[in-house]
Design a protein. Sequence first.
Length: 532
Amino acid sequence: MHNTFFTDCQTGTFEQFVAAQAALGTNTGNPLASFLLGLPAAAGRLSGYTAGDYSDMTHSYYVHDSLRVTPRLTLNLGLRWDYAGPMINSFGSSTFMYETGQFLWDIKNPVTGAPANIRRGVVAPDYHSYQPRLGVAYTLTPKTVVRAAYGIFSDAFGAVGQDEKSNHGNWPFSLSQTLGSLNTGLPSAFIANPFPGPPVATSTPLGLAQGMNFDTSSSRTGYVHEWNFSVQRQLTPSMMLEASYVGSHGLKLPSQIIDNVAADPGTDAYQNRQKWSSFPPYVENNYHENSSKYDGLSVKLDKRTSHNLTVLVDFTWQKVMDNMDSIGTGVSQAFPADNADPTRFNMGQFWGDAGFDLEKIFNVSYTYDIPCRTSNKLANAALAHWSLSGYVGADSGAPYFVFIDDDNENIGSVGRLDEFPNLVGDPNAISPRTANEWFNTAAYQMPAYGTVGNANRHALFSDPLVNRNSAFTKKWSFGEARSVEFRAEFFNLLNQSTFAPPQSLTNDANFGVVNQTRQNGRQIQFGLKLHF
């Protein structure tokens, strides 16, 4: 496949407001007050040519065979190899290499005239995406089958598209400036323009819009080991029971990190503790040092259509752990706009329940064709050919996590959540639980300025959810293959409500407060469909 991608998202242009700028003591500030005072905590801007015009070539090869070894035993064997070449930006790519402190560009430098000092596309190709697959099916009895499988799955395509599109908008092709830890004392940077002057093209970079890691040891393509085992048993000619275990382990998974922050917290200027003190902290993409782990047990009862009834029932008991995940590290459903990213120094603090770790899930779906018939055509037009279908879903609660919305460790900030409070009690030790205090907020304390909190990324869970949907369907047939169908569909049939996770930033005025629900109110829709 030949892939092309064009973007001009100026992700390095921002101002961030946190509680500290309006605080008169621990937990007294408010980010909105900081905004109204016009006192940002961090800011970034871009000027110049910021677009990225990317292209690459990807290749996939695989072999597969299914072998009937004996009448009872079947094997599936396969091997796949994926290669996704580095994405080439026709306008030029540039980034900062943390390991050496060098700024690198892959075409002629338009500011200094210097030739490229890194390969085109910056990232070295990875040719190691070999992915073996094995599947086994064995018939124990005519009504019982055992299945097992193992495979490795590469993230070659996802990593290239997501991570390598971010190395645009940097010097020397555009000017990026980032300021952090603003207004920690007397106000000195204001909302109208927190920068000391207009952007000026310089012979050296002043910062990054977003960086791209290309160190070989931490940019190898991610992959996932997956395995499963299941037993299927036919109970009746139309009913099957299945019990299964599924597991996976992800390695070298990509993510963003906050890089070039101070390695250790402290109360002096954080630049004194940076590895490269003349260069500001920045968001780094393509950092492949994350992992994940999944274990799940499930039971499924599948009744195929008989006696006008179809039913599918399943229950899953699972656990998902990771450093980073697809919903912003599970900051909280109450903070959809916040991003949480670790640094290369606190990755271990981010290991915990995934943001989508719904530990128990139960589902029932059914369709019943109501067997109502009469000998009267007029009566059948009203009473016959009705069917009832529905779905009931439940889970044990959505996870949420407690962060500090500030650079309390004084390590440098780019406007992302990467620090934790101290855990000094049991967050679930609360009675009665109310919408104004959903968990024991006293279990968390702000650490002393310039120190690390010990709470880490541990999960709390919201209310369990139960949802019921239902539909009534009626058909009027005419001709041999034509019919008119009427549908009445009810979503959240009983108009139930379940609280979403509460606000969970320790230095927010609404810490512990619930202000959302996980499900919408009842929705009803009607439809007519002509089949021909």
